[in-house]
Ligand binder design. Structure first.
Ligand SMILES: *Cc1c(COP(=O)(O)O)cnc(C)c1O
Length: 355
């Protein structure tokens, strides 16, 4: 069945091993982030075979953690819990990231009901301006209140960077996280087990020996999957960048003009497209569309191919300059980026094949 996303599991395992070893050498635990591939059970079951490589399984969606419930590795909910999902959070997450007292209070109530102590990590915003306590006083005032909740245990602090605001992790901003952790230990007598210094964009600090030594956890998704750190997009030594391949099928191949004919309105997405006249082209249509993946997040392996447009379920490519003559039923391969991976994995119309 096409389109299909091919996952080279041996390459992926190698990437996991490389990243895990890189962290272990510095006594940094690995939270392996599974959201980009929707915690696909076929992938997960292969990756967790070597249990020593992964310290935590981390995902932003509770549904994904639920699917991994049978695996004996602690699970972290990365996205702040919604009030409406508190019951599942207590059931399926061993640890959740939090920044709102109101939610934590609800988690406490639910944990009490089922006689559990739920672990939380306090999220600190160091300037990227997505989630987390931004004002320190606010954080410490809340911690004081959280300490009165008997079914909640604060086990760490974390920050997320390079997501919304594209702010890079640095010695300076991560030292602030460490100093918050130290204050919680000193003034609040909390045993801080996790100081989580970010995602794949924090890896470069390890190589440059600039990660504050007290940072003892990173949450890594993309670098394992695509073999690159994400602060500067540098390749990780020994890691594979081609774990994933998108394969699409040709459903039409015709010579047509490069500029549409007739009076022009709006396209399928309400835009006014602009066309360059390149004369008659050999145009191929693939059975994949914007419901599955967006233009700009996949790239042909045959670099003579140019992607020229797409609607919900068709993608049109220019194959005029290709050496290969593409016929109906032929398969065409593409590399993908992180955004492409996310959307392909989320699309039920794309089959996922482990090779
Ligand atoms: C997605 C996510 C990560 C993983 O980020 P990568 O760039 O894929 O390594 C880490 N932390 C949080 C809070 C996330 O939402």
């Amino acid at each position: 069945m096409y389109p299909r996303l091919e996952i080279n599991i041996e390459k992926l395992k190698t990437n996991l091993q490389i990243i895990s070893n890189l962290l272990k050498k510095r006594n940094i635990s690995l939270s392996m982030v599974t959201k980009a591939y929707c915690a696909n059970p076929d992938i997960i079951n292969e990756l967790v075979k070597d249990k020593n490589l992964i310290d935590y399984l981390a995902d932003s969606r509770i549904e994904n953690l639920k699917g991994m419930n049978h695996i004996d590795i602690p699970k972290i909910l990365l996205r702040l819990p919604m009030k409406s999902e508190v019951e599942d959070v207590i059931k399926y997450a061993d640890i959740s990231f939090n920044s709102e007292y109101e939610t934590i209070e609800m988690l406490n109530e639910e944990a009490k009901k089922v006689n559990k102590v739920h672990k939380i990590v306090i999220m600190v915003d160091l300037g990227d301006l997505r989630e987390g306590y931004f004002v320190e006083k606010d954080l410490f005032d809340n911690v004081k209140k959280i300490q009165d909740l008997h079914n909640i245990s604060i086990i760490g602090v974390a920050t997320n960077l390079t997501c919304y605001g594209a702010i890079l992790p640095s010695e300076e901003n991560l030292s602030k996280l460490v100093s918050i952790a130290e204050k919680l230990e000193r003034d609040f007598h909390i045993d801080i087990k996790i100081i989580s210094g970010g995602n794949s964009s924090s890896l470069f600090l390890i190589n440059e020996n600039r990660l504050p030594p007290k940072i003892n956890n990173l949450r890594i998704g993309e670098a394992i999957l695509l073999g690159r750190e994400t602060a500067y997009g540098k390749k990780i030594e020994g890691a594979f960048e081609d774990v994933f391949r998108l394969v699409c099928e040709v459903i039409e191949n015709k010579e047509k003009p490069s500029v549409p004919l007739g009076e022009r309105g709006l396209d399928a997405f309400g835009n006014q497209p602009i066309f360059e006249d390149k004369g008659i082209m050999e145009r191929v249509i693939l059975g994949i569309g914007r419901q599955d993946i967006k233009i700009g997040s996949f790239y042909p392996v045959d670099d003579k191919i140019e992607i020229i447009g797409a609607s919900s379920d068709h993608t049109i490519i220019d194959v005029t300059h290709c050496e290969i003559k593409y016929k109906i039923g032929d398969l065409i391969e593409f590399k993908i980026n992180y955004e492409g991976l996310l959307s392909l994995c989320t699309s039920k119309y794309v089959s996922k094949i482990i090779i």
